[in-house]
Design a protein around this ligand. Structure first.
Ligand SMILES: N[C@@H](CCC(=O)N[C@@H](CS)C(=O)NCC(=O)O)C(=O)O
Length: 209
């Protein structure tokens, strides 16, 4: 199988961190990492679009030629193949609550960060045309509302979805690391619980994936 990724891109990083948290040896699992050069627009080539029609990564290509995209869908497949340690919930109720946390973080934390960076950072200009800096900055402001909410959550629970580390922590960590490109620092903004959580996740070996 081939997993299409790119260094520094937050969504492929979510899958790579998920694999690392599972302790999966990529060679033993038959997964080859393939780097896609986003700056060179490699993902927009006809060859790559044949695999991922919306020209997005990550993408997981099966040996039979089928291609799975969307980070959460790829993680769902990995969780099914490698159930332990569980990162997405052990029963219907826990799965639903973890999904709620993960999707909230994806939509209201990662997305505004991505929009802010993509519309304000010159390095992202090759990917986001046209850039709308005012829109990007307004997304940066909206991000602070979600950060305040996450900070409050983390004052009463240790992890994003509750009492244990889950996929929601992976999504939030990859998002907050990407937010360095918009100079967002939770601690400096007064979100000390969010900063302490970020620093704890950064200590995990998988954070280096
Ligand atoms: N909803 C998708 C988002 C994937 C996505 O936007 N990936 C970015 C990299 S983090 C990408 O491929 N960007 C290419 C582009 O903007 O042209 C997922 O969850 O995987």
């Amino acid at each position: 199988m081939k997993l299409y990724v790119s260094p520094r891109a937050p969504n492929p990083r979510r899958v790579q961190m998920f694999l690392a948290e599972k302790g999966i040896d990529l060679a033993a699992a038959g997964i080859e990492l393939v780097n896609v050069d986003l700056n060179a627009q490699e993902h927009k080539s006809a060859a790559f679009r044949a695999k991922s029609p919306l020209a997005r990564i990550p993408a997981l290509e099966f040996d039979d030629g089928r291609v799975l995209t969307e980070t959460r869908a790829i993680c769902t497949w990995i969780e099914g193949q490698h159930p332990e340690p569980n990162l997405m919930g052990v029963d219907a109720t826990e799965r639903a609550f973890i999904e709620m946390a993960d999707r909230r973080i994806e939509w209201y934390f990662l997305l505004p960060i991505a929009n802010c960076v993509r519309h304000t950072h010159p390095g992202l200009a090759p990917l986001e045309q046209p850039q709308f800096p005012d829109f990007g900055r307004s997304q940066g402001e909206k991000l602070r509302e979600t950060a305040a909410w996450l900070d409050a959550e983390l004052q009463r629970q240790p992890w994003m979805a509750g009492e244990r580390f889950t996929i929601a922590d992976i999504t939030a960590f990859c998002a907050i690391e990407f937010a360095k490109l918009m100079r967002f620092n939770a601690g400096e903004q007064g979100f000390s619980a969010l900063q302490a959580w970020r620093d704890r996740v950064a200590q995990r070996p998988a954070a280096r994936a």
